[in-house]
Ligand binder design. Structure first.
Ligand SMILES: [Fe+2]
Length: 224
């Protein structure tokens, strides 16, 4: 159920085509129960093995159809499926990595923002981490229907901003630093209709170390 290497993206599925590089479900960088008590094992198992896997399968199917299509009309007809399932795959792949077992229950480093460039930028844009969380939760709680909440870097100003996307639209206007799944499938089994409690809880398992790496890349200070 667990993989040892957080950066590993081995497949849980096998590609049936040697011609195309099929997308595969990335393994989680932690166990399914590792985010408890903030996100239950039941949610994680279903979210990863059912929901994310479905986006992967549907994306592969849409891409295979696209490859076989011979007319503009056929290709246009596939755009919605490519966007929805491609976005679902991209967003969930980011989401798993920006979560980590919580320091608050001595399981890991989740929820801890250390001193560094990201913290400095958060203070600069929001005044404090607490203010960021308050603003982020208010903005994402207001999403009507399904979508994603984002902390992203504005590529023009290089400043951190909070934004949202609808459905499975990936974040294109900003470089994503932290993304939170606001679909009911991400929280309903545990938090029922109380989205605010899910949003409060999730900050305990945010992987700020991953966010720090993404921030460094976004503002061009990455040593890679
Ligand atoms: Fe999801």
């Amino acid at each position: 159920m667990q993989n040892k290497n957080p950066r590993q993206t081995q497949s849980l599925t096998t590609s049936s085509s040697a011609e195309t590089m099929a997308h595969t479900l990335p393994l989680l960088p932690y166990g399914y129960d590792a985010l408890e008590p903030y996100i239950s094992q039941e949610i994680m198992v279903l979210h990863h093995t059912k929901h994310h896997q479905t986006y992967v399968n549907a994306l592969n199917a849409a891409e295979a159809s696209y490859a076989k299509s011979s007319t503009p009309k056929e290709r246009i007809a596939l755009q919605a499926a490519l966007k929805f399932n491609g976005g679902g795959h991209i967003n969930h792949s980011l989401f798993w990595k920006n979560l980590a077992p919580s320091a608050a229950v001595n399981k890991g480093t989740g929820g801890v923002l250390k001193d560094g460039p990201l913290k400095t930028a958060i203070v600069e844009s929001f005044g404090s981490l607490e203010n960021l969380q308050k603003e982020f939760n208010a903005t994402t709680a207001a999403i009507q229907g399904s979508g994603w909440g984002w902390l992203g870097v504005n590529p023009s100003t290089k400043r951190l901003e909070i934004t949202t996307t609808a459905n499975q639209d990936p974040l294109l206007s900003h470089v994503p630093i932290i993304g939170v799944d606001i679909w009911e499938h991400a929280f309903y089994l545990q938090y029922k209709n109380v989205k605010a409690d899910y949003l409060t809880a999730i900050w305990n398992v945010i992987n700020f170390e991953e966010a720090e790496l993404r921030y460094a890349e976004a503002v061009g200070t990455s040593k890679l």
